[in-house]
Write a protein that binds this ligand. Structure first.
Ligand SMILES: [Zn+2]
Length: 345
């Protein structure tokens, strides 16, 4: 009937106009080539006009789920509208700033140790629990004798990194998007360097803590990044990671509409087991992995599932009922998002 398709070239596969050029990849963590399909047919919600769909494979050796095939040109992957170009964080008011710093001094041993720390600990127990629930990623235990040097990897425009400066850290950021890095330096009292982490050539052990907040899922070489983080961390230094969880109840509930597929940007989606494997291989000891779900992401997934005609009518629709559903369904190991604290061995 029609002419046979031309044989595939060795380079990226050419698709219809507007499609990203993509190519098949081996497991980005262990390098194994043997894999099976984990999920296919994922639409690109960032380019709804484009018919190209994406899929994730599962590594037969280590179990990691990764985008396959994928595009390598990050400018094409992210386009101009990506969120790292946006948002400016306002500095919290003086009282809020003071209270937050004091809370970190009371609960996480930030210096200097406050007077009446024991009393404040009792008085603020409920308040701290609420803060931890809402701002878990900010709860990096103090490390470092004097200065508290924190490296934020993948800072975007710096709006998250600067919050660590406000609670007492001396912050350095790294961001692959040079324009976003420049904007961060111009907007906030922090240094954000443009380029890849490995390009910065930081001396060994120069940082006391590292944050990797919604970044690991974007990197082509997760083990390389984690090993480089270990190298620049001082012995006993802390690493805080926030990352989506493939083994998520929200994913099974919303199917292709799950927000954390986020193709073609998310190169990998760990589970708690594969996250622990990666950290172990890179030389970290995991302190905890906490699971949670997000009401906003639930709402977004709901709209998308409706658009796709795949919304499960049994899922709750009212805020209160959704919160209850998230609390009961998105528990370990099935949270939508995982917050992980690890220490350099
Ligand atoms: Zn693997």
């Amino acid at each position: 009937m029609s002419a046979p398709a031309s044989p595939k070239a060795a380079g990226p596969a050419a698709g219809p106009a507007g499609d990203l050029p993509v190519h098949a990849v081996a497991c980005p963590f262990c390098g194994a080539g043997e894999k099976s399909c984990a999920v296919a047919g994922l639409p690109n919600f960032y380019r709804p006009q484009c018919a190209q769909t994406f899929s994730f494979s599962r590594c037969a050796k280590c179990g990691l789920v990764f985008l396959d095939p994928r595009a390598e040109d990050l400018d094409q992957v992210y386009g101009d509208e990506y969120h790292k170009h946006q948002a400016v964080a306002r500095r919290p008011g003086a009282l809020k700033s003071y209270t937050r710093r004091l809370m970190h001094r009371v609960f996480l041993d930030y210096p200097p140790k406050p007077l009446f720390a024991g009393v404040l600990k009792k008085l603020w127990a409920a308040r701290w629990a609420r803060y931890q629930e809402e701002h878990g990623h900010m709860c990096v235990p103090w490390a470092g004798a004097k200065r508290g040097r924190l490296l934020d990897v993948g800072s975007g425009s710096g709006e998250k990194a600067v919050k660590f400066a406000y609670i007492g850290w001396q912050v350095t950021g790294v961001e692959t998007d040079h324009e976003a890095a420049k904007r961060a330096c111009a907007s906030y009292p922090i240094e954000v360097r443009g380029g890849y982490l490995q390009e910065q050539k930081f001396p060994d052990g120069i940082f006391d803590a590292v944050t990797l907040l919604f970044v690991l899922e974007h990197v082509p070489d997760p083990l390389g990044v984690l090993k480089e983080i270990r190298r620049v961390l001082a012995p006993g230094g802390a690493l805080m990671i926030d990352v989506p969880n493939f083994d998520s109840r929200m994913r099974t509930a919303f199917g292709l509409a799950w927000t954390q597929y986020s193709v073609p940007e998310h190169f990998l989606l760990p589970t708690e087991a594969t996250l622990r494997k990666m950290l172990d291989a890179a030389g970290f000891r995991v302190e905890f992995v906490q699971h949670r779900g997000s009401l906003n992401n639930y709402r977004t997934a709901q709209v998308r599932a409706q658009e796709l005609g795949q919304l499960d009518p049994a899922l709750p629709t009212e805020d209160g009922a959704i919160r209850h559903w998230i609390k009961t369904e998105c528990r370990a190991p099935h949270g939508e998002l995982m917050l992980c604290l690890a220490y350099r061995i």
